[in-house]
Design a protein. Structure first.
Length: 95
């Protein structure tokens, strides 16, 4: 399931994926995040310095142009050598 974030162009908004949730692909029992990479697949937002724990990934999303719809992608590799991807739609507008 794709998530959607409404963000004002002047804001820096941190977004977190909890990979332990059961909504989509999630971590198996005792599985952890080994690596995490964030990328802007489409749009003009900028990504700040990303962080992660063993079960979550977080990235600050900066800027953007009002009216734009941006696509941000998070790819993780797990302790069980699985590669999982989640996407976030970022709609830039006034809140």
């Amino acid at each position: 399931m794709r998530r959607t974030l409404l963000k004002d162009p002047g804001e820096t908004e941190a977004y977190t994926f909890d990979w332990n949730d059961t909504v989509d692909d999630s971590l198996a029992t005792a599985e952890t995040i080994s690596t995490s990479a964030w990328a802007v697949a489409h749009g003009d937002v900028t990504l700040g310095t990303a962080t992660n724990t063993t079960t979550t990934t977080t990235v600050p999303i900066i800027g953007g142009t009002k009216g734009q719809v941006c696509d941000v992608k998070n790819t993780i590799t797990t302790s069980q050598s699985r590669t999982l991807v989640r996407r976030l739609t970022v709609r830039i507008g006034l809140r």
